[in-house]
Every structure is written in structure tokens, then in C-alpha cells.
Design a protein around this ligand. Structure first.
Ligand SMILES: Nc1ncnc2c1ncn2[C@@H]1O[C@H](COP(=O)(O)OP(=O)(O)OP(=O)(O)O)[C@@H](O)[C@H]1O
Length: 990
């Protein structure tokens, strides 16, 4: 094994230090105490290191998630109306809509299609090299997107993926990150892209560089021909790459220029060269591998598995937990695997995928992650994926390969399971041996990153639909409570839990409280050891912060760029590419950055804002030191951010009153007829019920997958169609075509165009929305019609009408409020761990100065090992007798508005909601004032210190506790009961 390849991080002292930057930075104004001790340690290691790492390491292949952590996809197939006759609905365009709590754009509130708005998939495909020239100036002026004061909240969503974000949105979000995915030209797994690519090669590639294009057809031959040695860290790849570089030099071309000229041809050249030079050996190795697979199939002994590992991945040994998990899977036992980020979880299904007879189905939360994982497959494992951004050709090609038995590992998003046409693929010819649930914590509402669509992945459903017995669930971050929930959903016995440390040992953790984070950040980046780190990620919560900070760093000679979900997809891809190719040193990002990012040499992660949970913290610091080298993770703690974020924790909350209204709409008499396709236009419903879209989706998913099945969700669609006839007169066409006849009956005429509702039309013809979509498309292809679609909606059919809407609403509201409390507890746990490190750690057991690795590691370990339902102390509890008066003033000055208590509470805390958007409140002095073109929360009169909304479980009463600080005075409504009668929205008798 090449010594440069990942260390498992457990023997950190043996790992070489991070490379020093070639040019020394300007002298730091001062150096934090922690850094001196680190520096001396680094020197010692540098001296003792026999083999320092080469600086020309492979540029990693980023793929575009995140999250908006966020980033952050319409459900798999929210737009079947646009699909062809293929068994999958292909999204070609997604309408977006903006939302988010309180003018606060959270990761999880990304609109579907958010990332695709700037460039349709078609356009992306056509001009895959068409990046904005963001990268030319590493420090561009703030764009329009900087004019936002938005926070991106959510789990790595998982944000990526992100709390509450409907799966489809995340999938789309992934597409956003993943826009890198969309612009990818080649798949490393298909065309020998596993070769290390020099940064220079990527620079002029127009942005596709090390990205993937999911064109299976185009690359099939190459894929089938190639062999390889893993993911680019292998010695084979390096040897080849050195030879290739040498060849270029001897041929007289400047290496970088030759390479840069045209990425596509270079890739082809590399592939051909590699095939020529290694062709014979490839055949030989293929035979060896086949023998090794047979041997492992006959006897899954340690020896046989290690041999297979070495032949396929180039590694000499398994890391901790891997062999155990692989053997368990080969034994047909479902298992739960908890390994730290970057510890090598993927290998635990890659090896079985070669040995097991059927395919391995990997469920992944983000398109970007899927692409990343697909790229990481060793060459002899052919992979495929289904995602919303594929072309029809790509889908049918994947399907064809699947049916031919060529695909061993298939990646899908959980939303795919919504698609009725997906599951029937798996039959006697295409059978599934293993289902892998990646980021399995998303199944549990008690995780930091619950994703409703993951609820579809219960063992009972998987077994019934896929006839699969073996499930491998994988995560890096799950508390005991979350683990139990996941294992119970997937029916994994406790004996099948493989759990190792949550953190790698090569991460050096520190915390400092800061009154001037901006300045402290700059000082830190300019001081050792951070000054010696090439690649740094700075995590912020607010989008505007990322823009301001990156500009500030640039002004101080540090090449930096911001990254958040408010940026156009191509800008985000560009930033990621610049970072991965070391063209910029610092990315200042929201939670949207990181998922699917496979840059192994990130040397530092700095949290400018407090993460929302220890899970999020562990995920984000897990981006550092994936190469096994010592890496530095610092967290800035400040009270203002804490108070602000804690308030925002309540932004998803809903009143029972709203849930009841929502249920009444879902279960109207009109909706209840058997098999009727019902729809709920997201934007309208969101405003009407003052409920975030992701909360509505969570409720709908619960109604489908909860204890009683009340409804069945269907793929989301755009419901309103505006159609024009072109060739044949409508009446004439209607005589030949039943769909047209029905359109004429059901449409409203507007300026010569026919406007109708897709579900209504489908119901009256008696077809599915997918069938209707196909028929409309046929008419379009024949040149008879053109049409446009809008109004994205949730679709469902009613299975059973609840007997008592009121008690169902009470039950659901209670559940949502428990989930909300859990989120707040997680945040408090994070805050307490950081506060302990700064204030209370006695620095006895390895902590020193501002170096807090041991105590934070201990805290994190305890947190993940204990039940996380205990309350943590928090800094809240201010009180004041004046709040009632202030609220009265507020209500009097808005006599026309009908507020619920929760709405008032939100407004007081500067949290927008769908019914009370920031556009509305920006006009009042209560909330925002405009400064330099930015809307800023007007903190002066309404500085929120804390609020909590407590429902007492009864439909008719809500207790509100608001603690607000008004210009330094403490205000409180503690224990004030604010009642409003059921059904009298706005009737607030405070
Ligand atoms: N046994 C091994 N020896 C050396 N390197 C390994 C081994 N197993 C995996 N790796 C390498 O470790 C790196 C991280 O692996 P992988 O992406 O599977 O991590 P992960 O646990 O899924 O991380 P994350 O949770 O962040 O997605 C990859 O480059 C992989 O090739």
C-alpha cells in the first residue's frame, strides 16, 4: 500500500505532518497560545517523518451535494409530467420557489429546483464547460447573493442533507452541489478517471476537470475495458501518472499546457495510454480478481478477503470494523456500522458487492454523494445510479446494463422508492442481494438530520418490495437513541452493531470564546499551525456572513471564496473546483459545503459559528484530515450566535390548530373517493397553514408511514398546465384524441391558451399523472401542442379517512414538538461541550491552553454513548414584566393582521414564516432596517434572547413563553398563558 494513502488515523504519530505552504504568509500579528505547542509538535514529527507527503497529490473529485448540506431535488421524480415513456420520470426543469423561515433561508428550505434554476439540465449537458468565470478572481466583489441575511441550518443534510428537507428537495439540492455532477464530463469509474490528475489539468478544463458526467453509454466501452487500482491513491495509478507526465515532457509539450488544452482529449489520451500500457496486465489481473472473488465466495476467510482487497483496492489490510462488517454481510446478517467520517465505510459494501450473487442497492441521501460513491468504486465493480438529473438515454442505458447483469452496485435516493415503476425492475433477473442505507441516521427523527423519505426504508417494506434479507446501515454520527431507532426500523439485532470511535485521532480540537470573531479568525489563519495549512474550510451559519468573511480574508491577502446555497449552482461548482485544485486556500461556507466533498488534504476546519449539534460538528470536522495527517479544528464560541441560533431552532414549529386545518384540507370529502389523485400546491398550502413545506411533507409522510396508513404519497408534480394548440384545430384534434377532448372540457381559456389542472384531468380520464404526462409529450413531439407547467404540488391518494381529525392533529403536533425539543437539546449539548472546553476544563488530562482535544473527545464520546433525551443547562431564562406591553403595542400597530400566538412569538424573534415573510416585515420598524443594501435584523428594539413555545397538548390552548431583551432591559412573558379558541385564528387573548 502506498504510504500516501489514507491512514486510519489511529496511529497519528506515525503520520507525516501537513505540507508547509510554499510561500510563507505575512507575519501574524499575534499567535494564539494553542498554536505554539502544536507547532513544536509538528516540527518533531516533520523531523521524524521518514517520508513526507508529496505536495502533488491527486486532486480529489468533488461531487456536488451538499447539502445545502443543504444543499441541500425534487423528489426523485417530482415532474413525471415531463417524463417520457421510460420507467422513470426524468426531470428536465424544476420550478423553484423561495421559502424559509423568517426570511432566514435555511438549508433545508431550499426550493426544489433551486439549483437548477440557473441552468437547465439540458443546458448543462450542452455546455458542460460553461462555468462562470468566478475563479479568475479569487476574491470577486460580493454578488447579489451576498445581499442576504440568511442562515443555513440543517444537518450535513445531510443538509446535507438537512433537517426537515423533503427528500426530493435534498436530492435536488444534491443536484445543486451536484451541479458539479451535472457538469461532469466523465466518470472516473468508467474511463480510467481514477488516475491522479494534476491540478493544472483541471484548471483550464472549464470546470469539469475531475467531475463526472453520467453518460454510461459513452463510457461503457472504456469502463468495460479498464482495470484499475482503486481511487487514485493507488501506487499503480501514481506510477502510471508519473509515466504519463514524463511522456508529455519528452514530447516537448509543457506539461500543464498540454494537459490543459482540452480536458476531454486528455482524458481520452490518458485512458488510451493506460489501456495500451496496462492492457495485458489488466487481463491478467482480471483473471486474478475473478479467482479471488470465487475463493472468497467459497470461503469468506480473512485471508481470501484480504487478498481480494489487495487486488481490487490496492490496500494491504482492512481498517478497524471493515472486516467484521463485510463478514457479517456475507453471512447474510443485517448490520449497523458506525465508523468515523473518512474511515472507509464504503469498502464494507464494495467488497461484498463483488462476492454476492445479486446487485447491491445503495440508498444515499444526496445525488452528490451518490456520484462521489460511484466514482470511488474500484474499476472492476461496475456501478450505476438513478437520479433526477439523468437524461432519458442515461436512464435507459443504466436500465439495460442492470438487466444484462452488468451493474453490481446501484445508487438511488430514498425518493426513488416513491416511484411505483422503480421497484418492479427488481425481479428474478435483477435481484438485490444487499441493501445499503448510507447516512442511516436520517431514518430517525431523533437524529440531527431526519429525512422523512428515509422512513420509507423500513425493513418490512424493503423485504416485501425487494425480497431482500440483508441490510447494511452505515453512519458516522448517531447517538444511542438514534441508533436504536434506526436498528429497530431496519430490524437489525443489537448483536449486529459494529461501532467504533466517532472521531479520528488525527483531528486536533480547540475552542475559544471570541468577542471579535472576524479579527480572531484572521489572526488564527495567519498564525501557526493554520498558516501552514494549504486548504481550510471555515463554516458559518449565515449566508451573508460567508460573503462578508471571504471578502475580508481576500482583503487581507488570503485567497478565499464563499459557498452557500444562495449562489448559482455553477458558481458553487466553480468554488468547489478551485478549492479542490488548490487555487484558493479558504472556502467560507455554510452547511451546504462538504457533503460529497472528497478532498483528502483539507488541513483545517474552523467553525466561525457554533454548529447545531455535536453530530453536525463531528461531520464537519470530519472533512479535515481525511489523508490521515494531523489536522486542526477550531471553534469560535460567542453568545450572540448562540442566542440567535437557539431562537431559530423553533422556526419549524407548528400549532395544533394549523395541523388540524392542514388535515382538514388533506381529508376533504372531495379527496376521499377511492383512488382519486389529490394534490396540495406547496406554495399556497405553505402560506395558508403558515407551515414550512418540509413540515408539510413530514406530516404527509407520517400519514403514509405512521402506525395507520391514511394515504399513499405519489411523486410530486407541477399541477397547473397552460397549453396552446398549433397544428390541428382543437375541436378536430379532440375528435381523434380523448385527452384533447378532456382538456377542452376541463380547461379555462386565458388569452387563447388552455389552462387546466393535471390531477383533475388525470382523474377524469382515469389515468395516472405519469401516463397523462406521456400523452401530452406525444402531442408535443407531433408538433400539435406546446405547454408549460407550474405549481409544484404534493400528490397522494387517500387510503383511510381518520375517524377523529382533532386527536390525530394533537398526536402529530405532539410528535413534531418532541422532534423540535430534541433539536434544541442537541444544540444545548453542543453549546455545553464548547463552553466546558473554554471555561471549565481543568486542563488536566491532556488539554492545555486552548488545545481541547481530550476533553472534547470525551464529551463527544459520552454524548454518542448516552441517551440524548436529557436536558442540558442553557443560558436562557431572562425575564421582564414589560413584554406584555410591548406585544400590545405591536398588535395595535398591526390591527389588520390576524396573528396566532406562535406567529407573534416568531415575529418577536425575527423569524419569518410562510404566512409572515420577511418581505412583509421588512417594511416595519419592528424587524428589519436596510443598511448598505442589506436587510438586517433590527436587533435594537427586539433583540431576542430566548423564546420557547410550549404546547400543552390541548387543542385550545397554547402557552407561550417569550424572553426578550429590549435595549438591555430584560423582558419576559414567562408563565403567561395566551389562549386562543380553536378555530378562531388571530383571536389572541394574551
Ligand atoms: N482498508 C483501507 N486501507 C486504506 N485506505 C482505505 C481502506 N478502506 C478505505 N480506505 C480509503 O479511505 C477513504 C475514505 O473512505 P470512505 O469514503 O469509504 O469513507 P467513509 O467512511 O464513507 O467517510 P464519510 O462518512 O465521510 O463518507 C477512501 O479514500 C478509501 O479508499
Amino acid at each position: 500500500m502506498d504510504s500516501d494513502s489514507d491512514s486510519d488515523g489511529s496511529h497519528i504519530s506515525a503520520t507525516p505532518p501537513r505540507d508547509l505552504k510554499p510561500s510563507s504568509p505575512p507575519p501574524p500579528p499575534s499567535r494564539p497560545a494553542l498554536l505554539s505547542s502544536n507547532k513544536s509538535r509538528i516540527k518533531v514529527r516533520a523531523a521524524s517523518s521518514s517520508k513526507p507527503k508529496s505536495s502533488s497529490r491527486k486532486a480529489s473529485n468533488p461531487s456536488d451535494p451538499k447539502p445545502d448540506k443543504s444543499d441541500p431535488a425534487p423528489p426523485e421524480d417530482p415532474f413525471p409530467i415531463l417524463s417520457s415513456t421510460l420507467p422513470f420520470q426524468i426531470r428536465t426543469r424544476v420550478s423553484g420557489q423561495s421559502r424559509g423561515v423568517s426570511g432566514v433561508d435555511s438549508l433545508e428550505t431550499l426550493p426544489a429546483g433551486f439549483f437548477s434554476k440557473s441552468a437547465s439540465f439540458t443546458k448543462l449537458r450542452r455546455s458542460s464547460l460553461d462555468f462562470d468565470p468566478v475563479g479568475d478572481d479569487p476574491c470577486p466583489p460580493l454578488g447579489s447573493n451576498s445581499q442576504q441575511h440568511r442562515v443555513e441550518i440543517g444537518g450535513s443534510d445531510c443538509s446535507a442533507a438537512a433537517d426537515w428537507l423533503p427528500g426530493e428537495l435534498r436530492d435536488e439540492a444534491a443536484g445543486g452541489y451536484g451541479s458539479s455532477a451535472k457538469v461532469l464530463k466523465r466518470h472516473s469509474n468508467l474511463i480510467g478517471g481514477n488516475l491522479p490528475m494534476p491540478p493544472a489539468k483541471l484548471r483550464k478544463s472549464g470546470g469539469e476537470g475531475n467531475f463526472v458526467r453520467l453518460n454510461m453509454k459513452r463510457n461503457k466501452r472504456k469502463f468495460l475495458n479498464k482495470r484499475g487500482r482503486g481511487n487514485g491513491t493507488s501506487s499503480g495509478g501514481r506510477r502510471y501518472y508519473k509515466r504519463y507526465k514524463k511522456k508529455l515532457r519528452t514530447e516537448g509539450g509543457a506539461e500543464t499546457e498540454s494537459v490543459c488544452e482540452e480536458d476531454g482529449s486528455v482524458m481520452d489520451t490518458i485512458t488510451q495510454e493506460r489501456e495500451r500500457q496496462e492492457g495485458k496486465k489488466a487481463k491478467f489481473d482480471r483473471e486474478l480478481i475473478e479467482e479471488a472473488i470465487l475463493a472468497a465466495r467459497n470461503e469468506a476467510s480473512d485471508e481470501n478477503l484480504v487478498k481480494l482487497l489487495s487486488l481490487t483496492h490496492g490496500y494491504d489490510s482492512f481498517r478497524e470494523g471493515q472486516l467484521e462488517a463485510i463478514k457479517m454481510v456475507l453471512d447474510g446478517k443485517s448490520s449497523m456500522l458506525v465508523l468515523p467520517t473518512g474511515a472507509g465505510k464504503s469498502l464494507c459494501y464494495q467488497i461484498p458487492a463483488m462476492i454476492l450473487p445479486g446487485i447491491t442497492l445503495v440508498v444515499s441521501p444526496l445525488v452528490a454523494l451518490m456520484i462521489d460513491q460511484l466514482k470511488q468504486l474500484p474499476p472492476m465493480i461496475q456501478g450505476g445510479l438513478f437520479c433526477s438529473s439523468q437524461t432519458p438515454e442515461e436512464v435507459s442505458e443504466t436500465l439495460r446494463l442492470l438487466q444484462q447483469g452488468a451493474i453490481r452496485v446501484l445508487f438511488v435516493s430514498p425518493e426513488r422508492f416513491l416511484n411505483a415503476e422503480f421497484l418492479p425492475i427488481f425481479s428474478a433477473t435483477v435481484f438485490v442481494s444487499l441493501v445499503v442505507v448510507d447516512e442511516a441516521h436520517c431514518i430517525s427523527e431523533w437524529s440531527h438530520n431526519f429525512r422523512p423519505s428515509y422512513m420509507r426504508l423500513r425493513a418490512s417494506l424493503l423485504k416485501a418490495k425487494l425480497n431482500v434479507d440483508c441490510i447494511l446501515a452505515m453512519t458516522a454520527t448517531a447517538t444511542t437513541t438514534t441508533l436504536h431507532a434506526v436498528m429497530s426500523a431496519l430490524e437489525i439485532p443489537l448483536t449486529s452493531l459494529i461501532k467504533k470511535a466517532h472521531l479520528r485521532d488525527n483531528l486536533q480540537l480547540s475552542v475559544s470564546s471570541s468577542r471579535n470573531r472576524m479579527k480572531d479568525l484572521l489572526v488564527m489563519i495567519k498564525s501557526s499551525p493554520f498558516s501552514e495549512v494549504q486548504s481550510i474550510i471555515v463554516y458559518c451559519k449565515f449566508q451573508s456572513e460567508t460573503d462578508i468573511l471571504s471578502r475580508y480574508l481576500c482583503d487581507n491577502n488570503i485567497s478565499a471564496k464563499s459557498y452557500h446555497s444562495g449562489l448559482p449552482a455553477k458558481d458553487r461548482s466553480r468554488v468547489q473546483e478551485l478549492f479542490c485544485t488548490n487555487k484558493i486556500r479558504v472556502v467560507v461556507a455554510t452547511v451546504a459545503f462538504g457533503m460529497g466533498l472528497d478532498k483528502r488534504d483539507v488541513g483545517a476546519v474552523i467553525h466561525y459559528s457554533l454548529p447545531e449539534s455535536l453530530e453536525e460538528y463531528v461531520q464537519e470536522i470530519g472533512r479535515a484530515g481525511r489523508d490521515g495527517r494531523s489536522s486542526f479544528c477550531h471553534l469560535f464560541l460567542d453568545d450572540d450566535t448562540y442566542f440567535k441560533l437557539r431562537s431559530l431552532m423553533f422556526s419549524d414549529g407548528v400549532d395544533q390548530y394549523a395541523v388540524e386545518k392542514f388535515l382538514s384540507q388533506v381529508f376533504t370529502d372531495d379527496n376521499s373517493s377511492q383512488g382519486k389523485i389529490c394534490s396540495l400546491v406547496k406554495e399556497n398550502a405553505s402560506r395558508k397553514f403558515d407551515m414550512k413545506e418540509e413540515v408539510m411533507f413530514t406530516l404527509l409522510t407520517q400519514l403514509e408511514l405512521g402506525e395507520v396508513q391514511y394515504l399513499r404519497l405519489l411523486p410530486q408534480i407541477n399541477t397547473t398546465c397552460t397549453l396552446s394548440f398549433h397544428k390541428t384545430a382543437p375541436d378536430v384534434l379532440a375528435e381523434k384524441d380523448a385527452v384533447v377532448a378532456e382538456i377542452l372540457k376541463k380547461s379555462e381559456m386565458k388569452q387563447g391558451e388552455y389552462m387546466f389542472d393535471i390531477p383533475t384531468l388525470a382523474n377524469s380520464i382515469g389515468v395516472t399523472t405519469t401516463d397523462l404526462s406521456n400523452q401530452l409529450q406525444n402531442l408535443k413531439f407531433k408538433g400539435e401542442v406546446t405547454y408549460e407547467l407550474k405549481d409544484q404540488a404534493y400528490c397522494f391518494t387517500i387510503v383511510k379517512v381518520p375517524a377523529d381529525l382533532c386527536s390525530l392533529a394533537a398526536h402529530l403536533t405532539k410528535w413534531l414538538s418532541e422532534v423540535e425539543s430534541c433539536k434544541v437539546r442537541k444544540f444545548d449539548a453542543m453549546f455545553n461541550a464548547a463552553t466546558f472546553a473554554v471555561n471549565s476544563c481543568e486542563k488536566l488530562q491532556g488539554c492545555s491552553g486552548t488545545q481541547h482535544t481530550p476533553c472534547l473527545q470525551r464529551r463527544i464520546l459520552d454524548y454518542f454513548n448516552e441517551n440524548d433525551n436529557s436536558n442540558h443547562p442553557n443560558k436562557m431564562g431572562q425575564s421582564s414584566p414589560f413584554l406584555r406591553a410591548d406585544i400590545k403595542v405591536f398588535l395595535q400597530s398591526n390591527p389588520q393582521a390576524k396573528f396566532t400566538p406562535r406567529a407573534v412569538a416568531r415575529i418577536m424573534h425575527g423569524i419569518a414564516s410562510p404566512a409572515y415573510p420577511s418581505t412583509m416585515w421588512s417594511k416595519t420598524h419592528f424587524w428589519y432596517f436596510k443598511q448598505n443594501g442589506l436587510f438586517i435584523l433590527n436587533m435594537k428594539p427586539w433583540r431576542a434572547r430566548n423564546h420557547s413555545l410550549i404546547t400543552d397538548g390541548k387543542a385550545s390552548q397554547i402557552l407561550i413563553s417569550l424572553n426578550v431583551v429590549m435595549e438591555g432591559r430584560n423582558l419576559d412573558l414567562q408563565n403567561q398563558a395566551c389562549c386562543y379558541k380553536k378555530g378562531t385564528e388571530g383571536d389572541w387573548n394574551g
